[in-house]
Design a binder for this molecule. Structure first.
Ligand SMILES: Nc1ncnc2c1ncn2[C@@H]1O[C@H](COP(=O)(O)OP(=O)(O)OP(=O)(O)O)[C@@H](O)[C@H]1O
Length: 342
């Protein structure tokens, strides 16, 4: 870390070729860096009694750091990346991108939900939107509910550290929350309410605009397993979904239907197979009966036909020639697939 700090300082102060930083200053700079990293994850050096404290006199506050980081992006570089990404973007992704950017450009209360099943390019759109907004010198806060999901987003952070959402969310977290609102939607209601309160301080007209007039974009797939509500009834679980909350009434749902992952990975030989698979996935959940249930027919090639040792058969399918490759350090990362939901 000290090496990195000296390198960054030298790059920043290009004219000081022989830059020397005293040991005490270097130690303090390291501690400030550690403190910043901890704060991004909702912790602080004060949580670790054996650690020395940083002299934080010159330390920017975490809130300021987010803004400084956001405004530090190189606009020209982002503009170029954005132009390159627009050359790749698919037609329906382009419609979603343009609609959201229109809201950013005209500042017109956009609250969007990008709804698409896995592989339809939701993250690709996030990345394109992020460079588009940053190329204009504007701020975009990419947040996800879990630390691992933030890795997929450019400059991503956890929602609780960025928006200072209390980790334990309950009825007491905000005076204005409705008592019966399901826990999972409280965060969004709270953010909506807080943005109203903050932004309407300068201009009362913003009080009635969703999220105080900010463009807010969510994404996900409603076919995923629903949120867990401890000891909740079926109704509680349905209510916990964002589309049961009152803010959903002003949400603009943008749908993605083309599986970009299959298109990106298959050659002409597998085209028919991937096309069929691409059609089968979204068909699940389309024809539910009045109880919300349906029979799903699993294609033959996805079934494990070995009834004697199905587990070994699955392992052989996912990791063919496992014994021959056991010494290859890249074998498992190549075959592994970590799923996350942003
Ligand atoms: N326009 C595009 N051109 C080329 N590749 C694309 C495009 N859009 C998406 N992809 C590729 O398709 C794959 C799936 O995209 P992405 O991860 O954005 O989908 P997703 O909907 O976020 O998936 P998941 O819900 O599983 O996270 C990725 O490898 C991505 O790079």
């Amino acid at each position: 870390m000290t090496y990195e700090i000296i390198k960054v300082a030298k790059e920043t102060l290009e004219e000081l070729i022989d830059l020397r930083i005293g040991d005490d200053d270097l130690k303090n700079m390291c501690l400030i860096e550690i403190e910043m990293l901890l704060q991004e994850n909702g912790r602080s050096l004060t949580d670790f009694k054996s650690m020395p404290m940083a002299n934080t006199e010159d330390m920017p506050t975490f809130k300021k750091k987010i803004i400084v980081d956001e405004l530090n992006y190189n606009k020209d570089k982002r503009e170029k990346t954005h132009a390159d990404m627009l050359l790749m973007i698919a037609d329906e992704q382009r419609c979603v991108h343009d609609k959201i950017m229109e809201s950013v450009d005209f500042d017109d209360d956009g609250f969007f939900f990008i709804y698409g099943y896995s592989g339809t390019g939701k993250i690709f759109i996030w990345k394109t939107l992020s460079v588009a907004v940053r190329s204009k010198g504007l701020i975009v806060l990419n947040v996800a509910s879990s630390g691992i999901s933030t890795l997929l987003l450019p400059g991503g952070r956890t929602v609780h550290s960025t928006l200072t959402v209390p980790v334990e969310i309950n009825e007491a977290s905000s005076l204005k929350m409705e008592k019966d609102s399901p826990r999972q939607t409280w965060c969004m209601l709270q953010i909506d309410q807080s943005m109203h309160d903050i932004i309407s301080k300068n201009d009362p007209l913003y009080e009635f605009r969703p999220f105080g007039g900010m463009t807010v974009v969510l994404s996900g797939d409603f076919r995923h397993i629903l949120s867990v509500v401890r000891k909740g009834t079926r109704q509680d679980i349905v209510d916990a979904s964002i589309n049961s909350s009152k803010i959903w009434t002003y949400c603009n749902v943008l749908r993605l239907t083309v599986n970009m992952r299959l298109g990106a990975s298959s050659g002409p030989a597998e085209k028919e197979e991937t096309d069929n698979f691409g059609k089968w996935i979204p068909s699940i959940g389309e024809d539910n009966d009045e109880n919300g249930e349906m029979n799903v027919e699993i294609p033959e090639d996805l079934l494990i036909s070995d009834t004697t040792n199905p587990l070994m058969s699955l392992i052989d399918f996912v990791y063919p020639d496992l014994n021959d490759n056991i010494g290859d350090p890249l074998f498992f990362p190549r075959k592994g697939n970590t799923r996350t939901n942003a």
